[in-house]
Design a binder for this molecule. Sequence first.
Ligand SMILES: *Cc1c(COP(=O)(O)O)cnc(C)c1O
Length: 434
Amino acid sequence: MTGPRSAELFRRARDVIPGGVNSPVRAFRSVGGEPIFLARGAGARVWDVDGREYLDYVGSWGPLVLGHAHPEVIEAIREAAADGTTFGAPTEREVRFAELVRSAVPSLERLRCVSSGTEATMSALRVARGFTGRDRIVKIDGGYHGHADVLLVEAGSGAATLGIPGSAGVPADVARNTLVVPWNDLPAMRALFAAPEHRGKIAAVIVEPVCGNIGCVPPAPGYLEGLRELTREDGALLVFDEVMTGFRVAWGGAQARFGVRPDLTCLGKIVGGGLPAAVFGGRADVMAKLAPEGPVYQAGTLSGNPLAMAAGLKTLELLARPGTYERLETLSARLEAGLRGAAERAGVAVHLNRVGAMFTAFFAEHAVVDYATAKQSDTARFGRYFRAMLERGVYLAPSQFEAAFMSLAHTEADVDATVSAAASALAACSSAGA
Ligand SMILES: *Cc1c(COP(=O)(O)O)cnc(C)c1O
């Protein structure tokens, strides 16, 4: 399956880079086989170093909503690069970027740019703690918010894929301040807030408003509203980690789609337009605690990097055009319907969750509503499906516990080709051990 050049590069990579990869899920551990090394991408397609072409539903794990190497984004990066790549001083692009992001996400009364989603969530929680004077954080079982110590507790994404619920190297003293409850379970969240030992000690609840890192699992009706009410009553802050959902499930993110206004929001992935940029922000009174206005320290040499701002600005400008999210919805709904039909015809139990242009086909008999039900999926069958799709030229995330992403570069013909590939892949992987 893996071509000779990929195999050779992986051999060299393993010698110098732990696991041969710079982020764990890229190693294909949970699906078997070895990773393909990619050489280039254009639109909805990528090519590996052995010259094989794939239809891409990874999109660099979320950022590439316009597809690979969008000409206008590349031109914006080129223009910015010609002016110099970094200054460590304020630039006009940062202001324009921040204004555009706020116009799309009005709850971001004040925002700051950082370079990764990890930095965004880490900084948001620090300012939440600084503002409330409280230490405890509540997160969701299987929620993934990057790899800051405080958030690597029962985490999703690669930690879920590799079965590492609590990372080694995170001090127990740090993990103790992180409380974990199941997704979509409002009574559990209520019970936590009602417990005498936590009263007045919870700084923030951080959630992905659509879970994406245990695979795509939407919020139950009323769940996000319930979190809003509960945190407000308690004086804890509600933090939406929209690193994945921001500008993915709607212009303005999940908070626009579901109509719930958090106190703080984290953005990443799409806002960087394929370069390293992320955002955290929210209520002006909370963000006023940040240095240099306030006592909460946060900084970054490359924060608001000119190239990343240029790529992000251009990406958001293109997304702001009328009809983009309708187009993503149409394409994604077409794929969803096609996959459902293909699974039914193949007689394979698949539970498909989708919110806009993010979706996951769980190999599960039952509805997937939280991490516990996601974990009941047949991951061995997923592995066979993944490999069968790759052989048929469709590149999916190499884990059952990840979302797939549609881009504006995909076409109806691409979607139909994907459905045909899936029909044949499902037939091939329906027999055990195939
Ligand atoms: C990807 C992701 C992060 C981490 O972002 P990085 O840029 O990889 O550090 C955080 N939160 C969510 C919801 C994500 O999907």
